[in-house]
Design a protein around this ligand. Structure first.
Ligand code: WTA
Length: 656
């Protein structure tokens, strides 16, 4: 179908304000297909989660399901288990060792456009790899509770690195491979990691990302790092420091094939994952073992309707929570087959994702709205002649999906036949919280629909009163197993950020609208966190990176609407007195931010200004900056110390 024809259909479908009901066939085979599950779960949510927890293998059972002293929760008290055992060993023990766990596709292609590297990896293979790597960790002196930093491309070893850490009770902290030296350094130092595992490089859009050299620079300022383990992926030239750096392939040849899984308490830390906040310093979100594993096992099953025959493809990177919960721990605890892809969707051509679905017969596809909007822009000719009939379910995550993109996804990828699950959740929640159940829920394009069974989410106003309809703040009013257990090393910030708005109620920082049928429409962040292509970036982080440049005196950063990425970054910069605002400086500053934080934080526009609009108490009025950057009429300016500042800025922007 041509793009213009699609546009027409989208308009029609949206006008009808239609709901999309799962097909009879889908309903019949779905894991949940009776609405009573919501009520049942609600009547005793602790017991509901305990039933799910029983689907894990425990070394010893829990004595009590929940202890809740807000904001501190403990789930499955005194239960003992091992996350790696649950994702790997038990499948091997149950006779599924020869089942494919991972189909991995590297990015490089040959002259015919075929991938050069494809690996089919069974659960037996994963078992051997994680046992060996766990022994490598031990041989390097890593013990239970020690932190291991992982800075890897999307290769199978990234998954082994996480599971092997879990196997010996070490705490992993994965840092997205697109982050800069400073970002990597900051996270390693905050976590006080002893070991760093990386690769020589990773392939991305046809280029080699030199991960090891980034590590070398970072580790200079990371006194806690004792060793660096390096996977050979790209064969690019790198430096190896003797007595510190070791090749992965050398180390694994010298260790035993078996490493006993460590007995972990349900509340022992499984991992720390950093996420942006409203101050410059990222927050190390803590997740523990029993509750997290329960929630990701349960939600993978109920939301993606996974069965033994499914081939699941989540396009996230393991550097984000989505990769942790819906590549490593959730799907693997369920013992499913997954597709893993190293590179970008437009390499070598804009049909790479669809080719991968066709090649590996993926049945469930989970991606981000920003990707869907890019596909829309590239056009449907990239889908023509590709067989997508293996798909049974589609999902999205990371940001609100606009109804146009939802309909496009439904029509062009789902061929109007298969359900879409729009899943709302966060690094902090650990697992999906608000989402359709695909065999049950009538969906509305753009709405994540209802909280999952066992989850209690509401919309509150500023003073904490619940709204049955209308717009306010999203809140979660009772504990759930995979809730964050804190911010690493900063308990006060944990309380202030999430638990101080209303007493005992979790505040995610998102706005939400509830319609008259009780459907939730997520509206994005209400704080100073931007969401660029599904990734959280704090305005403060970018501001700190800008003022770090020798020419910058002051900076204010806002998120502005972007057609593809959802949001883009606009920066207002005051230069130091002797510096003139040249065009080359604009690109230099953009580059500086990308270097300080990572390419995802590169500002789209930079506006030089002699002053910033401030209130009388000196607070920058970002709302007005957003108005300027988006070319809108200015909102209320009466609280400004000097209203002329913003008028001049607006004029300047319009003249540009
Ligand atoms: C946003 C990603 C609307 C939201 C799993 C949240 C969404 C933040 C959705 C968390 C969705 C995520 N609809 N907004 N389906 N999913 N968000 O920690 O603002 O990287 O607070 O976790 O992304 O981002 P994070």
């Amino acid at each position: 179908m041509s793009d213009s024809k699609t546009k027409q259909t989208v308009d029609v479908l949206l006008e009808e304000n239609r709901k999309f009901v799962p097909s009879k066939n889908f309903q019949a085979q779905a894991f949940y297909n009776n609405d009573s599950v919501y009520k049942d779960a609600d009547s005793n949510y602790e017991e509901y989660w305990a039933q799910w927890a029983k689907k894990l293998d425990w070394i010893s059972p829990w004595e009590k399901i929940l202890e809740w002293k807000a904001p501190y929760a403990k789930w499955f008290i005194k239960g003992k288990l091992n996350a790696c055992y649950n994702c790997v060993d038990r499948h091997v023990k149950n006779g599924k060792g020869s089942k494919t766990a991972l189909v991995w596709e590297g990015e490089p292609t040959n002259d015919q456009g075929k991938p050069k590297d494809v690996l089919t990896i069974t659960y037996d293979d994963v078992y051997l790899a994680v046992n060996k790597l766990a022994n490598v960790y031990k041989s390097l002196g890593i013990k239970k509770g020690d932190r291991i930093a992982i800075y890897m491309p999307m290769i199978p070893e990234a998954i082994y690195a996480m599971l092997a850490a879990a196997r010996i009770g070490a705490i992993h902290t994965v840092v997205f491979g697109g982050f800069s030296v400073d970002s990597l350094k900051g996270r390693i130092n905050d976590a006080q990691a002893k070991l760093l595992i990386t690769a020589d490089g990773g392939f991305r859009r046809g280029k080699i990302i030199p991960l090891k050299s980034t590590c070398d620079e970072a580790v200079l300022d990371c006194p806690s790092i004792e060793n660096v383990v390096v996977v050979k992926r790209c064969d690019n030239s790198i430096e190896m420091k003797s007595n510190r750096d070791y090749w992965y392939h050398d180390l694994v040849t010298n260790v035993d094939d078996f490493c006993p899984p460590e007995e972990m308490d349900s509340e022992d830390i499984l991992f720390i994952l950093y996420t942006s906040g409203t101050t410059g310093k990222p927050k190390g979100i803590i997740h523990t073992t029993g509750g997290y594993m329960t929630s990701v096992l349960a939600t993978s099953k109920m939301v993606f309707d996974l069965t033994d025959d499914d081939i699941f493809w989540c396009t996230a990177d393991v550097g984000w929570i989505t990769g942790h919960s819906y590549i490593v721990y959730g799907p693997m605890a369920n013992g499913v087959t997954q597709v893993i892809y190293e590179g970008t969707p437009d390499y070598p051509e804009k049909n790479r994702f669809w080719k991968i679905i066709e090649r590996h017969k993926a049945s469930v596809f989970y991606t981000a709205p920003t990707a869907i909007r890019a596909f829309m822009k590239w056009g449907v000719q990239w889908i023509d002649n590709i067989d997508l009939s293996s798909l049974k379910l589609l999902g999205t995550v990371g940001e609100p999906i606009n109804p146009e993109a939802w309909i496009w996804y439904h029509k062009e990828i789902g061929k109007e036949k298969i359900p879409i699950v729009d899943t709302w959740w966060q690094t902090e929640t650990g697992s999906i919280m608000i989402s359709p159940l695909p065999g049950l829920t009538a969906t509305k394009p753009g709405s994540a629909t209802r909280p999952l069974p066992g989850i209690k989410a509401v919309v509150l106003n500023e003073t904490g009163e619940e709204l049955t309809e209308g717009g306010g703040y999203l809140a979660i009013t009772r504990p759930w197993p995979s809730m964050l257990r804190g911010i690493y090393g900063d308990d006060q910030r944990f309380k202030d950020t999430y638990w101080s708005k209303w007493d005992g109620t979790y505040f995610p920082g998102d706005g939400a609208n509830k319609d008259k049928e009780g459907y939730f429409w997520l509206l994005g962040r209400v704080d100073d966190v931007m969401n660029v292509a599904g990734h959280n970036i704090g305005t403060m982080e970018v501001e700190s990176a800008l003022v770090d440049h020798s020419s910058v005196a002051e900076a204010a950063v806002v998120g502005i609407t972007d057609e593809i990425k959802g949001q883009a970054i606009a920066a207002f910069v005051i230069l130091k007195e002797e510096i003139s605002a040249e065009e080359s400086l604009e690109s230099e500053l953009k580059e500086h931010v990308a270097k300080k934080i990572g390419a995802i934080a590169r500002p789209k526009i930079i506006i030089f200004t002699p002053e910033l609009p401030k209130t009388r108490s000196g607070k920058i009025m970002r709302r007005l900056l957003r108005d300027v950057a988006e070319g809108r009429a200015l909102g209320d300016v009466t609280t400004l110390a000097d209203p002329n500042v913003i008028q001049a800025l607006k004029q300047k922007y319009e003249d540009k």
